[in-house]
Design a protein around this ligand. Structure first.
Ligand code: F0G
Length: 419
């Protein structure tokens, strides 16, 4: 079982109060001396650790972005576009429809490249510069590649992305392409792409910026900090539950780390941690399987499929960090169908909030758990919507109504409208 305790003295290898710790064997490593993604000794996942953990007062600045929270990050600033500071929408009709006292939507699609990945990249690319690597690389269902390409371009670095051929939404490929990434379309799914890029990174061909890289998750932690601050300021307390789509389980892991650090710093009580509620597509749901069966690991699904291509993932690499988070917060994981995802995408669009299919999974999951009685009416829920509608224009057009052809004169248009 992984050890996610944040207690322990600063090791000699720490650099300015920051080090990396293996969540399996506890071995500590210098953070920026060498390129390292997993533990040298046991191959366990690494986590960034700090000798000083900040409380809310330490975020006393006027910035409304990821870097507002620099006291919780390894650097004061990063390669920035800038990112974060996204809206926490009210959705009154959806709230009524789901029968919830309070429902808010944290729309991460409002980041510079249209997804939450920007929060991880601003930190990850900064670390890459610190370490002094050449080429940056990732495997991706699309959004990571778009963010990597943009932040790599911003930082003046070469980027390489591996995408599952034919399974990446058009907007994302276009972004990676225009921002200058070299794009390899792999004959295989996302998990195959990640296997290959991990091999390439291990051979020194590139610096890996998937969420296996612990510094990516440091940036994504700020989603949690923002939700808690916004919700507390506007609603007078923390939310009871945060529901989010799960692919590689990076965000789930990052949110749990955010909560653990706040608890350790004395800024939040353990009992106040929002229940982490992961949502997967039913044919790509190894995390749901692990939660339902009480496993402390996931079993890889080789055949995965869903319309929500962003979360078409069968081997969530951050499961050892995310499964304990779901359990420790009293949360759960649930699978939804593609039809339920499309319905939720339409519901959000009806509130003016445009999201890509994977994002809508969070709403679909909450709807299902309300029906099943797992979520009570008096719970205060935040749904995370992870990517913008325009990421996947084909899915949006399919979910919406078709345009109606009309003649090119007013009379003809009036006739059509009247019919
Ligand atoms: N939502 C969207 C829109 C995503 O792009 C992803 C992941 C997720 C949810 C899942 O987040 O991995 O932290 O559980 N996309 C990755 C990519 C895999 O390559 O863009 P997670």
């Amino acid at each position: 079982m992984s050890n996610l305790e944040l207690t322990g003295a600063e090791p000699a290898c720490a650099d300015d109060g920051v080090w990396l710790s293996c969540i399996e064997c506890g071995e500590a490593f210098a953070p920026f001396d060498d390129v390292r993604y997993t533990c040298d000794d046991c191959d366990g996942l690494l986590e960034a650790r700090y000798s000083d953990l900040p409380t809310w007062e330490d975020f006393d600045n006027d910035q409304w972005s990821v870097w507002r929270y620099s006291a919780a990050l390894p650097f004061e600033e990063g390669v920035s576009l800038p990112e974060g500071g996204t809206p926490l929408h009210e959705v009154p009709r959806l709230e009524d429809d789901l029968g919830l006292d309070r429902l808010r939507v944290k729309h991460e699609g409002m980041n510079p490249t249209g997804s939450f990945k920007d929060r991880g990249m601003t930190v990850g690319v900064r670390v890459a510069k610190e370490i002094g690597v050449g080429r940056l690389a990732c495997a991706s269902t699309g959004n990571t590649s778009a963010a990597l390409a943009a932040y790599g371009a911003r930082g003046g670095m070469e980027t390489l992305v591996l995408l599952p051929a034919g399974k990446v939404a058009a907007g994302k490929v276009a972004q990676a392409s225009l921002h200058g990434a070299r794009i390899l379309e792999v004959d295989g799914n996302f998990d195959t792409c990640l296997d290959i890029v991990q091999d390439l990174a291990g051979m020194g061909e590139a610096y890996l910026l998937n969420s296996l890289n612990p510094f990516r998750l440091e940036g994504q932690k700020t989603i949690g900090l923002e939700i808690l601050e916004q919700f507390r300021d506007e609603e007078g307390g923390y939310p009871d539950r945060i529901a989010l789509p799960v692919g590689n389980a990076g965000n789930t892991a990052a949110l749990y780390k955010c909560f653990r650090e706040l608890v350790q710093a004395g800024a939040m009580d353990e009992s106040e941690m929002p229940k982490l509620t992961g949502v997967q597509a039913e044919h790509s749901a190894p995390m749901v399987e692990a939660i339902e069966k009480g496993w402390d690991h996931i079993e890889r699904w080789d055949d995965v499929e869903t319309r929500a291509t962003a979360i078409r993932i069968g081997n969530p690499v951050n499961a050892p960090k995310a499964l304990p988070g779901i359990r420790a917060t009293g949360g759960t994981a649930v699978a939804v169908s593609d039809e339920e995802i499309t319905e939720a995408q339409r519901d959000l669009a009806g509130e003016g909030v445009g999201v890509e299919p994977a994002s809508a999974a969070s709403i679909a999951g909450v709807r299902k758990l309300r029906h099943e009685g797992e979520i009570d009416a008096d719970e205060r829920v935040v749904c995370l919507t992870t990517g913008h509608l325009l990421k996947d224009p084909d899915a949006a057009a399919e979910a919406g109504e078709d345009p109606e052809p009309v003649p090119g004169d007013t009379e003809g248009v009036l006739d059509h409208l009247g019919s």
